[in-house]
Design a protein around this ligand. Structure first.
Ligand code: UDP
Length: 257
C-alpha cells in the first residue's frame, strides 16, 4: 500500500490493469469437502489466490485450562505457504499471520452458536497456497464454508470482500499491484442474515465519504459471494444425495436379480 511509482492503475477507458471495471470482482470458484481427514473443508480460488480451509471440531478443548464452561472457543490459524508469494516467505507465524488469525477467529465466532458447545474448541486451518492480495477475506470466506461442511451451526455463512482506493478512485477487490501501489485497502466481512459487520480493517487513507462508498461496494459484493458459497455447498450435498440414490437403486436391482 502506498508504494511510490509511476504505474497507472486505471487507464483512459476507466479500466484497471487486469481489465476490470472499478466495481468488478475477480473470478471466484469454491469447492466443498476437498479433504477426507478433516471434519469439514473447502478450497477457494479467488483471482490469483488459492486457499485451503479445514475444520476440526467441536472437540474437547486442550489444554484443559483453555476450556470455557459456557461456550466453544474458535481457533483460526492463517498460514501462508513459503511458496505462496514471489519472494519465498519465511515459514512459520509472523506478526501479520497472528493478527489475521485473530481477526478471522473473531469474525467466525460471531456467527457460530458457540454456546451450544461448552468446553470445546473449533479449530480452523487456513493455508494460503498462492497469494495475490485479499487472502484474509478469501481465507475467511472458505473457512466459513468448511465450518458448514463440518455441520457446525451458524447464524449464516460469514462472507466478505475488500474495497479500496487506487488512482483516486474507489474500486472493488484489489489485486496485488493495486494493493501495493494503491492508496487504500479496506477488507470487510459480514453475516448476511443479520447484516452485522464482523471484520473491518483499513490500510492507507480515505476520506469519510470514500470509506462509506468502499463499505457499500464491499457489502454488495459480499452478498453476491454469499450465493457462491451456498451454491458450492449445494453442489456437494446434492451430488452426494444423487450418488446415494443411485447406490440404493443399484442395491435394489442387484437384490432383485
Ligand atoms: N504478501 C507477500 N508477502 C508477505 C505478505 C503478503 O507477498 O509476507 C502479499 C500477498 O500477495 C498478500 C498481499 O501481499 O495477499 C497483501 O497482503 P495484506 O497483508 O494486505 O493481506 P491480504 O490482502 O492478503 O489479506
Amino acid at each position: 500500500m502506498g508504494m511510490q511509482s509511476d504505474i497507472k492503475l486505471i487507464d483512459e477507458n476507466g479500466l484497471r490493469i487486469d481489465g476490470r471495471k472499478p466495481d468488478e470482482l475477480r473470478p471466484i470458484k469454491i469447492e466443498v469437502g476437498v479433504l477426507n481427514r478433516a471434519d469439514g473443508s473447502a478450497y477457494i480460488e479467488w483471482g490469483g489466490n488459492k486457499i485451503l480451509a479445514a475444520v476440526y471440531g467441536p472437540r474437547e478443548a486442550f489444554p484443559k485450562h483453555t476450556q470455557n464452561p459456557s461456550r466453544a472457543i474458535v481457533n483460526a490459524r492463517y498460514n501462508m505457504a513459503a511458496f505462496s508469494v514471489d519472494e519465498r516467505k519465511r515459514p512459520g507465524p509472523d506478526r501479520r499471520a497472528i493478527e489475521i488469525s485473530k481477526v478471522i477467529s473473531e469474525a467466525l465466532e460471531a456467527s457460530i452458536f458457540v454456546e451450544q458447545f461448552p468446553r470445546t474448541s473449533i479449530d480452523v486451518y487456513i493455508e494460503v497456497l498462492q497469494a495475490d492480495a485479499g487472502t484474509r477475506i478469501a481465507g475467511l470466506t472458505a473457512a466459513s464454508v468448511a465450518l458448514a461442511d463440518a455441520g457446525i451451526p451458524m447464524k449464516d455463512l460469514v462472507v466478505g470482500c475488500a474495497a479500496g482506493k487506487i488512482d483516486g478512485k474507489i474500486v472493488l477487490d484489489l489485486n496485488k499491484e493495486e494493493d501495493n501501489y494503491g492508496e487504500a485497502d479496506l477488507p470487510l466481512a459480514i453475516i448476511p442474515r443479520t447484516q452485522e459487520i464482523v471484520l473491518m480493517q483499513m490500510d492507507g487513507n480515505m476520506t469519510r465519504e470514500e470509506v462509506r462508498q468502499a463499505i457499500e461496494m464491499a457489502k454488495k459484493a459480499a452478498l453476491f459471494i454469499s450465493n457462491l458459497q451456498k451454491e458450492a455447498l449445494r453442489a456437494k450435498y446434492e451430488k452426494g444425495e444423487i450418488q446415494k440414490a443411485e447406490e440404493n437403486l443399484n442395491a435394489e436391482v442387484n437384490k432383485g436379480e
